[in-house]
Design a protein around this ligand. Structure first.
Ligand code: NDP
Ligand code: DXP
Ligand code: MN
Length: 383
């Protein structure tokens, strides 16, 4: 029986993961759940999964929840709570499905405590890829990517040597604005931006998909996961999201992983790896599907992807700035404070004014993340 802690259990990935885990009652036991503040859904999850404890980031909500459960489950609060549960002996696998920078510290602590990591939280690798990669080696810990593209590449690489890779081809849906002109992007609404053509996901990643920043973050994620130079990581628009990514090898052979766009498939593979276990989340019907198509990404229309490539090549603390500025800008857009097209403008301004540090340690990463958020909040454009 593998004991699992789910960080971000009330989110899109967290809820999908619970559906997967409930199909394996003899294989997995959820021992801990962690959320930010959605204690109503957490309560329901606690009733179903009967974990030993929960961690609630929002302290007021943690107090409220303690009263509701009245000692029947251990309740921890704040970031210390999350760090505590990933350090416990009754955890074998940490599924990190937190959103944003909040995923970094729990990942670090989980690795230091030698837990296997199933990682959906791509921001961890974007902001601290070098540090995480080093920690994984030092602690002899395996990290299995949950992100659909990286899980696809991971599957393609089973039995292969990284030295045989010619390039990685990350597929991108193109988002809801694939067929709009650049001039039309200025006035797109939140509701339009939240209409992803193929995937049902949390708000932050859905906006990232609309700006193509999601693909930019995924380029950096792939760079650290597979140890490849950024130049060997290409993006191709594939609007049907059936091919989840591809690997081209030195002999010209290409392997791809395909499947219906349902995150339960990569989540299950990440949790049961190296075993492949049966599932019934749907199959691709190629005849019904008809055409599958591919396009070059438009870097001028989707500047976030261009900026992410530039930042990935620069390295050091630049990706931390990219991530922090993007997180704040997306939040501002979702709060109707800025226009969609101001997201890349804000990110560019944060990057242009950054004085980078190369080979940063974790303290540097936390400092740069904090300073960037302050800088963006104080920008004229957002006030
Ligand atoms: N959704 C998807 O299909 C995919 C997601 N990913 C990645 O997975 C991650 C999660 O995405 P998604 O599930 O869509 O996000 P959601 O916004 O749906 O869920 C986020 C989860 O994290 C919790 N949370 C947020 N901040 C904190 C915090 N500080 N402390 C504790 N818990 C916190 C939320 O709790 P609460 O509900 O209480 O707010 C919620 O449970 C992201 O990094 C995303 O990029 C990658 C591929 C696909
Ligand atoms: C499901 C998943 O992994 C998302 O990251 C997805 O890829 C988003 O779609 P885009 O290709 O539109 O960014
Ligand atoms: Mn993805």
């Amino acid at each position: 029986m593998k004991k699992i802690a789910i960080l971000g259990s009330t989110g899109s990935i967290g809820r999908n993961a619970i559906e997967v885990i409930l199909n394996f009652p003899d294989r997995f036991k959820v021992t801990y759940l962690a959320v930010n503040k959605n204690i109503e859904l957490l309560l329901e999850q606690v009733r179903i999964l009967k974990p030993r404890g929960v961690a609630i980031f929002d302290r007021k909500k943690a107090e409220e929840f303690s009263k509701l459960v009245n000692g029947t489950v251990e309740v921890l609060a704040g970031e210390e709570g999350l760090v505590e549960i990933v350090s416990r002996d009754d955890v074998d696998i940490v599924l990190n499905s937190l959103v944003g920078f909040s995923g970094l510290k729990p990942t670090v602590k989980a690795i230091e405590n030698k837990k296997r990591i199933a990682l959906a939280n791509k921001e961890t690798l974007v902001v601290a890829g070098e540090i995480i990669t080093k920690l994984l080696k030092e602690n002899d810990v395996e990290l299995i990517p949950v992100d659909s593209e990286h899980n696809a590449i991971f599957q393609c690489l089973v039995g292969e040597n990284v030295s045989s890779i010619n390039k990685i081809i990350l597929t991108a849906s193109g988002g809801p604005f694939l067929n709009k002109d650049k001039s039309e992007l200025e006035n797109v609404t939140i509701e339009e931006a939240l209409k992803h053509p193929n995937w049902k996901m949390g708000k932050k990643i859905t906006i990232d998909s609309a700006t193509l920043m999601n693909k930019g973050l995924e380029v950096i994620e792939a760079h650290w996961l597979f140890g490849l130079p950024v130049e060997k990581i290409k993006v191709v628009i594939h609007p049907q999201s059936i091919i989840h990514s591809m690997v081209e090898f030195v002999d010209g052979s290409i392997k791809a992983q395909l499947g219906v766009p349902d995150m339960k498939i990569p989540i299950q593979y990440a949790l049961t790896y190296p075993e492949r276990t049966p599932a019934n989340y749907g199959q691709v019907d190629f005849v019904k599907l008809g055409k599958i198509t591919f396009l070059e990404p438009d870097f001028e229309k989707f500047e976030c992807l261009k900026i992410a490539y530039e930042v990935a090549k620069l390295g050091g603390t630049y990706p931390t700035v990219l991530n922090a500025a993007n997180e704040v800008a997306v939040e501002l857009f979702l709060n109707r404070k800025i226009k969609f097209t101001q997201i890349p403008e804000i990110i560019k301004r944060a990057i242009d004014s950054h004085r980078p540090k190369f080979n940063p340690d974790l303290d540097d990463i936390f400092k740069v993340d904090f300073e960037t958020r302050e800088l963006v909040k104080n920008l004229e454009a957002v006030n």
